[in-house]
Design a protein around this ligand. Structure first.
Ligand code: NI
Length: 139
């Protein structure tokens, strides 16, 4: 456990009121935890800006498996990045649509590259990269 530091923040009253309303609606018990989460979110974003940094995340894909050649292409790309993709969950949503979630861990540059490739494939209806951290640098 690291040492806690206390510090004051000066802020426009309207901005603070808006912030307080939002954090209450989101279930935060106090400002401190909400601000800590904001700082952590920004630190995670910064981790991802460094291409060589080790990061973690998930790639979510929704696609119609009936689209010709799509399954093969998705599989080819995933095999190419097999060191980066730790696990895959595949759910058959209905007769046509599949939901796939890939858990990734590796260099930020490569992680973004595989996400862009998969999400950009014709036939992928929706794709989203969720960035997070390996947690090693976050307290
Ligand atoms: Ni499926």
């Amino acid at each position: 456990m690291t040492k806690l530091s206390r510090f004051g923040i000066s802020m426009n009253q309207d901005l603070l009121t808006m912030f307080d309303q939002k954090i209450v609606a989101r279930g935060y018990a106090n400002r401190s935890e909400a601000i800590r989460d904001l700082v952590r979110n920004r630190l995670v974003e910064l981790e991802w800006e460094d291409k060589n940094r080790e990061v973690a995340g998930t790639i979510t894909l929704v696609y119609d498996h009936h689209v010709r050649g799509l399954n093969e292409l998705l599989t080819d790309i995933q095999h190419h990045y097999h060191k980066l993709i730790l696990s895959t969950i595949h759910v058959h949503l209905d007769h046509h649509n599949c939901l796939e979630v890939l858990v990734i861990k590796g260099q930020a540059g490569e992680a973004r590259e595989v996400a862009d490739k998969l999400i950009g494939i014709k036939g992928v209806k929706h794709g989203q990269l969720t960035i997070t951290s390996t947690g090693e640098q976050l307290n």
